[in-house]
Design a binder for this molecule. Structure first.
Ligand SMILES: O=C(O)c1ccccc1N[C@@H]1O[C@H](COP(=O)(O)O)[C@@H](O)[C@H]1O
Length: 204
């Protein structure tokens, strides 16, 4: 099966268009103000104005008030929610929208238990753990920590063109998610790095 690709942390319309034209399956918008990749609703509207059909738009939140999530859902064509904080399953379920739950892979984590807790999630997004930073750290975790899960796995954390092919061969995820690994600088995507990343996914 083809590995899907989500490119996260899009802040410019030209980056969204480039990623879609080269074959990205999903684009992620970060609604987490402390992030250098954060966007507000107005900026997001411009970024997604010309998105073609069959590309999923993912809205990323970190322990946001439900009102903030609902405001984004009302204003934007968000297909999937990504919760990257300590949200409970009941919090995630209240929006009646497919969601990905990010699990930060710290030592000793019981992934099977997390899978049971978030059994309503459309997928588990596995990211590196770094104390005090919810995500987008550019850190890789030990992929051998991942066992068999019933839900689709979205592999994240420090992926780039140099390691994504071996990650796919080892983990066999449903999808890979990349942010920092395809940036020219924080918040600005490199079209050359996106191309190289997509090529490596296709080769894997
Ligand atoms: O991108 C961010 O700034 C961010 C902020 C807060 C939570 C998650 C964030 N990004 C997500 O983190 C992972 C890994 O990113 P990277 O490839 O290591 O840079 C990915 O799922 C991003 O969507």
């Amino acid at each position: 099966m083809r590995t899907r690709v989500k490119i996260c942390g899009i802040t410019r319309r030209q980056d969204a268009e480039f990623a879609v034209n080269i074959g990205a399956d999903a684009l992620g918008l970060v609604f987490y103000p402390p992030s250098p990749r954060a966007v507000n609703i107005e900026a997001a509207r411009t970024i997604v104005a010309q998105l073609p059909p069959f590309v999923s738009l993912v809205g990323l939140f970190v322990d946001a008030h439900a009102e903030e999530v609902n405001a984004c859902l009302e204003a934007l064509p968000i297909d999937i929610l990504q919760f990257h904080g300590d949200e409970s399953a009941s919090y995630c379920e209240q929006f009646d929208r497919p969601y990905l739950k990010a699990i930060r892979m710290r030592d000793g984590i019981d992934l099977q238990q997390q899978s049971r807790i978030y059994s309503s999630a459309a997928g588990l997004l596995l990211d590196a753990y770094q104390p005090g930073v919810p995500g987008g750290t550019g850190q890789v975790f030990d992929w051998s920590m991942i066992g068999q899960l019933t839900q689709p796995i979205v592999l994240a954390g420090g992926l780039d063109a140099g390691n994504v092919a071996s990650a796919i061969r080892q983990v066999r995820p449903y999808a890979v998610d990349v942010s920092g690994g395809v940036e020219a600088e924080k918040g600005i995507k490199s079209h050359q790095k996106i191309s190289a990343f997509m090529q490596e996914v296709a080769n894997a």
